[in-house]
Design a protein around this ligand. Structure first.
Ligand code: HQG
Length: 190
């Protein structure tokens, strides 16, 4: 894949994340209660709002996305984001699932003091996002600076009745992680 083409894919993915997770209003579309939008409407509204977007780009964003962020409906007519939403009124109706014994959360040291006090909170999104592998959590944290990876005792949380969901693209989601289930890396400052 050429560099240009790759950059373009990333730009399309960022635009789709904005519209399908956070701000459908920027191009005047509405997500249904499970987060879906008609691809035809998405494209025409994007174009009306000065954002060039083609059917080919949308399909490529679904198929080739590095994190499989988007899903195509069974009838092939609609698209939604698999996780990461902040927009109100959308519920993806995830099935609850039993998590692996340990999960990871990538963050940065500036947040640690509050996380020690409050546990992990979902902030603006609908869930706290957790990864089943440390490397992914490191990447998540590194979006904000030098990553700090927290370990989550998911087995005990699950045994204590906390509900976990697994998104279609492999992200583990919970409502919150209270502090007692968290382990901080040795030497993590603050
Ligand atoms: C932090 C990306 C202070 C938390 C990634 C995080 C992920 C607290 C930030 C997905 C806190 C929220 C989500 C507390 C949590 N006090 N800070 N009590 N509790 N935080 O972006 O997990 O590439 O909403 O550590 O890969 O960073 O967009 O969540 O730093 O999967 O597909 O508050 O977004 O996916 O930030 O990232 P976010 P996240 P995409």
């Amino acid at each position: 894949m050429s560099m240009n083409h790759k950059n373009n894919l990333v730009a399309v993915s960022k635009f789709l994340s904005l519209v399908l997770r956070h701000r459908p209003d920027v191009i005047g579309v509405e997500l249904d209660s499970e987060g879906w939008v008609e691809i035809e409407a998405l494209i025409s509204q994007a174009n009306t709002h000065g954002k060039s977007l083609t059917l080919e780009q949308v399909h490529e964003a679904i198929v080739n996305n590095d994190k499989k962020r988007f899903a195509l409906s069974d009838d092939g007519l609609r698209i939604r984001a698999n996780q990461g939403h902040s927009v109100a009124g959308v519920d993806l109706l995830f099935d609850a699932a039993e998590p692996p014994k340990v999960l990871y959360h990538g963050t940065v040291s500036a947040f640690l003091e509050r996380i020690r006090r409050q546990g992990l909170q979902k902030r603006s999104r609908h869930h706290v996002h957790l990864s089943s592998d440390r490397v992914t959590a490191e990447k998540v944290g590194s979006r904000r600076g030098k990553p700090v990876v927290l370990t989550v005792d998911a087995a005990t949380m699950f045994a204590d009745g906390h509900v976990f969901f697994l998104s279609a693209n492999g992200v583990w989601l919970v409502d919150a992680v209270p502090e007692p289930y968290l382990a901080f890396p040795v030497g993590a400052c603050e």
